[in-house]
Design a protein around this ligand. Structure first.
Ligand SMILES: Nc1ncnc2c1ncn2[C@@H]1O[C@H](COP(=O)(O)OP(=O)(O)O)[C@@H](O)[C@H]1O
Ligand SMILES: [Mg+2]
Length: 276
């Protein structure tokens, strides 16, 4: 049974203005696909080095928001800046990781981890050194020469994580990167991501429908309503770092936050149904 939610302090929907410019700024983002209103006036600022998760029911527009940040989908309504610039495809400030590992089957783990750097013109010796280091950090030491078909699903996502961190981009966009993994493997990957991120601070937008995962990893969790996607809560995760995914499973405050976010999510679904 989950503990009551009394210890959770709600945040105002918009963070207070701070002196430093936001790393990512989304203002009044509205997206329509034909007649379908997918995203409705979403506004969100992320500070430099902040880890923010977005949770929400399937189809609420999470991937759409992320796609707008990549520049893959042209902006219709609203304003987005990424480190002061409008989004554009190939922005070197941005690395992207998806639920599918997207590894190239004809390349070894080492060559897959190096791939993004190759595209960005990093010299070979530096590529190799960085990829070897990151592969070791994600637990793939000894597997550098293996091809994706010889790696488990969890190992392939470790390799994709190494490739993403190798890019050294200050912004990382992650769309349910651990969504297809079993619970144990997912916890392992969360531990790896926590330790990498704690060492190489990046601004992260992490999409998930797993509240526990969002609480484990994030500084803030944004809750979206069912379609049309709106922000219904912005919850600060005041659990000290460094964090350990396994230890948090037994932490009372972790469960308070989980229950609070779950309530917000349910409320967002009820309100969206009533609005239909
Ligand atoms: N290219 C598209 N064309 C038409 N409808 C789309 C397109 N992309 C997304 N949608 C619709 O927009 C809504 C939000 O989708 P999406 O952002 O993928 O949701 P989520 O990632 O939260 O599951 C859904 O109803 C989806 O069907
Ligand atoms: Mg999605």
């Amino acid at each position: 049974m989950l503990a009551p939610t009394s210890k959770v302090t709600p945040l105002p929907l918009r963070p207070m203005a701070s002196a430093a410019p936001p790393s990512i700024s989304i203002q009044d983002l509205t997206v329509r696909f034909g007649e379908v209103l997918a995203v409705d006036h979403v506004s969100l600022d992320l500070a430099d080095g902040e880890f923010v998760s977005i949770v929400g029911p399937s189809g609420c527009g999470k991937t759409t928001v992320l796609n707008m940040l990549t520049g893959l989908v042209p902006l219709q309504d609203g304003r987005i800046t990424m480190r002061g610039k409008a989004p554009f495809v190939g922005n070197p400030d941005v690395a992207y990781m998806l639920a599918r590992d997207c590894l190239l089957p004809w390349r070894s783990a080492l060559d897959n981890a190096s791939y993004g750097m190759e595209v960005r013109g990093v010299p070979p010796a530096e590529r190799r050194a960085r990829a070897l280091d990151l592969l070791a950090r994600v637990g793939l030491k000894g597997f550098e020469d293996k091809f994706p078909k010889h790696l488990s699903h969890g190992m392939r996502q470790r390799c994709a994580l190494a490739r993403t961190f190798c890019l050294d981009s200050p912004i990382m966009l992650m769309d349910e990167p651990f969504g297809a993994l079993d619970a144990q493997t997912k916890l392992n990957l969360e531990e790896v991501l926590l330790s990498l991120w704690q060492e190489h601070k990046r601004t992260v937008v992490f999409i998930t429908h797993d509240i526990a995962e969002a609480v484990t990893l994030s500084d803030r969790v944004i809750v979206m309503s069912a379609r049309p996607g709106r922000i219904v809560a912005d919850v600060r995760i005041d659990i000290p770092r460094p964090r350990h995914a396994r230890a948090l499973q037994k932490d009372h405050h972790f469960h308070d936050l989980y229950a609070h976010i779950w309530e917000q999510l349910e409320q967002g679904m009820v309100n969206a149904r009533e609005a239909l």
